[in-house]
Design a protein around this ligand. Structure first.
Ligand code: LIP
Length: 286
């Protein structure tokens, strides 16, 4: 059972997450420069950061500092804060940055309030979160025990619930990293998965992929290499919609592997991935 700090209302945290995610989403759309370039790269020349990634995070840091001054903040980009409340905000200011750069409408602002230490695999858990696609107007929110909800524009929120299907009929989402050796390994694993599922989709935002599992526009999803900020909010949205979200061994999702889907389908894909990882062997490390 997750221990919430005394007096913490996860529903209120979810409302806060959704409100500031919508603000940041409006910012990255409305203030996008006419000629958006790459401000810098991180793990490789294709792991890009734009000025809007940083501006979105700066906005979220400032607003959460106003609304929740005692909470911690850990974001993908520069800037953060330690807190005293027992709640840390784990923030991806633009998830799907490459899609944002190419103006492909599949990117999101994703943030979650978590308990524990998000810098340590298995030592943290989201208790409230929101994912917003500012182009389509789709927003997803969830809080511990409160369910997962999808809203489009001004429509009434719809509660989300996953549904089982066979692996052979499952539309499976995945993603690929920015490092060439990691991508080669992911491609090798994919050759074991692709023949056993309906089809593969690679949309480019893990946060939205996990929300797609919750809403059923993906049946199942896996990816190696996710950071806490990629998965924190989507993990909770999928879980509150009835999905199992774990690593390959059934523990909390982590960089080694994240698998999300209705329980039986999650187990079936997990078995295929375990076999594939064994057959493919370890990633090449230079
Ligand atoms: C992205 C993830 C996506 C992954 C991409 C990238 P970013 O996050 O959400 O699932 O496949 O390679 O890591 O870098 O856009 O915040």
């Amino acid at each position: 059972m997750t221990q919430l700090p005394a007096g913490t209302d996860p529903a209120e945290l979810a409302r806060t997450a959704l409100a500031v995610a919508v603000e940041a989403g409006d910012l990255i759309v409305d203030d996008r420069p006419a000629r958006l370039g790459v401000a810098e790269t991180k793990s490789s020349s294709t792991d890009v950061v734009t000025v809007m990634d940083q501006r979105s995070q700066d906005h979220l840091l400032a607003r959460l500092g106003e609304l929740r001054p005692d909470d911690g903040f850990a974001g993908e980009e520069r800037g953060g804060r330690t807190g005293e409340s027992g709640i840390t905000w784990v923030v991806d200011p633009i998830d799907g940055t490459v899609n944002y750069l190419y103006e492909i409408p599949a990117y999101s602002v994703s943030l979650a309030a978590v308990v524990g230490d998000p810098r340590t695999d298995g030592a943290w858990q989201p208790v409230a979160g929101a994912v917003v696609n500012p182009v389509t107007g789709e927003s997803y929110s969830a809080w511990l025990g409160g369910g997962a909800w999808r809203t489009v524009g001004d429509a009434e929120p719809q509660r989300l619930q996953v549904a089982e299907t066979s692996l052979a009929h499952a539309l499976c989402g995945t993603g690929f990293g920015y490092d060439a050796d990691r991508r080669a390994w992911q491609a090798a694993v994919l050759t074991h998965v692709l023949p056993q599922v309906r089809d593969i989709r690679r949309f480019g935002s893990a946060a939205l992929d996990l929300c797609r599992v919750a809403e059923g526009s993906l049946d199942v999803y896996y990816e190696r290499g996710l950071n806490p900020w990629d998965m924190a909010a989507g993990w909770l949205v999928a879980t509150e919609a009835g999905a199992t979200v774990s690593d390959l061994l059934g523990g909390p999702p982590r960089a080694e592997m994240t698998i999300a889907g209705p329980p039986a389908l999650h187990a079936a894909l997990g078995a295929v991935l375990t076999d594939a990882v064994e057959q493919v062997g370890p990633e090449r490390v230079r």
